[in-house]
Design a protein around this ligand. Structure first.
Ligand code: ATP
Ligand code: MG
Ligand code: MG
Length: 315
């Protein structure tokens, strides 16, 4: 018996990724609506472990700006009768296994759709405030010793009340255990296991864009939590600088990756440009931590005045 079908009434499909399918469902018992992500478990034990990382990370995280996790379970749905010839060496162990993750239902439109829908009349006070919420969430992730590794507008959601919620922890990884990472140290730099396994490569190539990924992560170099800071830099530009077409978006971001700002940007946002030059630095050590971002001139006014970020923690 499928727990998914007995406990939930499917409402609609919200989206799909390389391995995942996300549904809006209604829980028959509590009558609330949730998002349920269904991921097909790969056959290899190693790849399976990586999929399980998403659920293990999400379950541990408890922050107002991270998609709330409720429950997870594994199901092996009964085989569907189809007129497809069986592969010669089909065995029972090939039966498909699915991981279900029940989480908070967010708006169907992610930050990606929001950016497309708000090209004109964008309020820079509101967008910097949104960015501040994203930074706070990433700071929380880093403080848990985790790296998100896939920050981009399509993985940033909105709760029904409009609050920012970071989601899609499908590429999350732990910072190297042996290394002494401390977000409280001025640089907070730590080297983590580099490169992609073939499974992860498939995962990102099939679905996601690498447009927001740091150079070192794309190149398979060793990297640390500063990969998230790089992605945050590109997200900040997109928040401040409306881009009306996908073509324009790809062009502008590709230029930013070479530290070339759109025409007029530096004049309009001189202080943001100073911060962005550091966030988008090729050298991860030159990128600020989330503390550094929050202490920077453009974000300073959004910080709780009772919390004083000491000078030595800024970068
Ligand atoms: P990808 O790797 O391509 O980013 P994915 O398979 O890892 O995708 P998610 O990014 O988590 O999956 O979700 C895919 C889509 O499902 C999202 O773009 C969004 O439209 C929808 N979605 C995911 N989680 C939620 C949620 N909690 N509430 C509402 N919609 C969601
Ligand atoms: Mg995603
Ligand atoms: Mg994903």
């Amino acid at each position: 018996v499928s727990r998914y079908l007995t406990d939930f009434e499917p409402i609609q499909c919200l989206g799909r990724g390389g391995f995942g399918l996300v549904f809006e469902v209604r829980n028959r018992l509590d009558d609330c609506h949730y998002a349920v992500k269904r991921i097909q478990l790969p056959n290899s034990e190693e790849a399976r472990e990586k999929v399980m990382r998403e659920v293990k990370a999400l379950a541990k995280l408890d922050n107002p700006h991270i998609v709330r996790y409720f429950h997870a379970w594994i199901e092996c749905p009964p085989p569907v009768q189809r007129n497809v010839p069986k592969t010669p060496n089909y065995t029972r162990s090939d039966a498909k296994m699915f991981l279900f993750i029940q989480m908070q239902l967010c708006r169907k439109e992610s930050l990606r759709e929001w950016l497309r829908a708000h090209v004109s009349h964008r309020d820079s006070y509101q967008t910097i405030q949104m960015f501040n919420e994203i930074v706070r969430a990433v700071e929380y992730v880093h403080l848990q010793g985790l790296i998100h590794r896939d920050l981009k507008p399509s993985n940033i959601f909105f709760a029904p009340d409009g609050a920012i919620k970071i989601g899609d922890f499908g590429l999350v990884t732990a910072m190297a255990e042996e290394a002494s990472y401390s977000p409280m140290s001025p640089e907070g730099n730590v080297i983590c296991g580099g490169g992609f396994s073939p499974f992860q490569r498939t995962h990102t190539d099939q679905v996601g864009t690498q447009l927001y990924m740091s150079p070192e992560q794309i190149e398979g170099q060793p990297y640390n939590h500063k990969v998230d800071i790089y992605s945050l830099g590109l997200i900040l530009v997109e928040l401040l600088w409306p881009l009306s077409t996908q073509m324009e978006q790809v062009t502008v971001i590709s230029q930013l990756r070479k530290l070339k700002f759109p025409q007029g940007f530096i004049e309009k946002y001189p202080e943001e440009a100073v911060l962005l030059n550091k966030m988008l630095s090729r050298n991860p050590d030159e990128r600020p931590t989330t503390y550094g971002i929050r202490a920077s001139t453009p974000l300073r006014i959004y910080q709780d005045s009772t919390v004083e970020i000491p000078e030595y923690l800024h970068f």
